[in-house]
Design a protein around this ligand. Structure first.
Ligand code: MG
Length: 281
């Protein structure tokens, strides 16, 4: 595949991505997929979906896990509800991640992405050890499927994430780098963070955001790629310096406004193509 194929975050029946048809209409050659609902994760649906992708000439790069009951309403709610960190739902969600990984395998996809949740910053916190354990178990399961785990960035600083990855100590654990999340969550300058964690980055989100007045306490504002504080050109130049040649997956999660979503993704495609022709010479 060419270097830096453009991608988009897509959904079938769950998650906030765009519909596959929109990706096709925009001529986008790759997608990341939000895992569909449990009832639709059947072998028949996998086969049908693969045929559809084939007919549209779209390659699937990552399947993202997500769960019922997760809410991104505000930062404390994320901490309470998202990923494998909340103890009450951890066992059931871990089982579901195995099912999602098996569905991704039916789709021929060797990477599974996940917002793991807020990893405690203090390694002495007992919860930190629990999250290490569950992540190791998930990595081992994925390994037996021939798959990698890509942790979505944002909820941790680069240093916390690096320590966590080192402590998990599995060779199929990597990062899906989302520069906007660093700004939205207030966890650090995205470019500086990208340089620090670059050796683990195997997929990225092209998403943008503006800093909150009180970063880390309140949300920053998500905006179309290229119009926020990430610095789209610096982001791509930094990826080039790091030797990253995977997909550039646009994430614009406003499914309640499908026309605006399509227009803004189209705008991001044009911007990325311009930057590619400037940077990849
Ligand atoms: Mg993201």
């Amino acid at each position: 595949m060419e270097k830096w194929p453009i991608g988009v975050f897509a959904s079938i029946d769950a998650g906030l991505g765009v519909k596959l048809e929109v990706a096709h209409e925009l001529g986008i050659p790759t997608i990341q997929l939000h895992a569909p609902h449990q009832s639709t994760r059947t072998p028949e649906n996998a086969k049908r979906f693969l045929e559809k992708l084939g007919s549209m000439n779209i390659t699937l790069t990552v399947v993202f896990g997500g769960f019922e009951g997760e809410s991104y309403a505000d930062i404390p709610t994320v901490s309470r509800t998202v990923g494998l960190v909340p103890p009450a739902t951890r066992a059931a969600r871990t089982r579901e991640m195995h099912e999602i990984a098996d569905f991704a395998r039916l789709l021929g996809c060797d990477a599974v992405g996940l917002h793991i949740g807020f990893v405690p910053h203090d390694p002495g916190d007992p919860l930190y050890g629990d999250v290490l354990q569950v992540t190791r178990g998930l990595c081992d399961y994925l390994k037996s499927n021939g798959q990698r785990l890509h942790l979505e960035t944002g909820q941790e600083s680069a240093d916390t994430l690096l320590r966590f990855i080192g402590d998990v100590d599995r060779d199929n654990l990597f990062i899906n780098f989302d520069p906007a999340n660093m700004i939205l969550y207030g966890t650090g300058d995205p470019i500086e963070a990208l340089r620090k964690v670059g050796r683990y980055v195997r997929s990225v989100h092209c998403k943008d955001g503006k800093w909150a007045k009180n970063p880390g306490k309140e949300w920053g504002q998500e905006v179309p790629f290229g119009t926020g504080d990430v610095g789209a050109e610096t982001f791509l130049r930094t990826l080039k310096d790091l030797g990253y040649d995977g997909a550039l997956t646009i994430e614009r999660e406003i499914p309640q406004e499908p026309e605006r979503q399509k227009a803004e993704i189209g705008q991001a495609v044009r911007l990325i193509n311009e930057l590619k022709s400037k940077i990849l010479v």
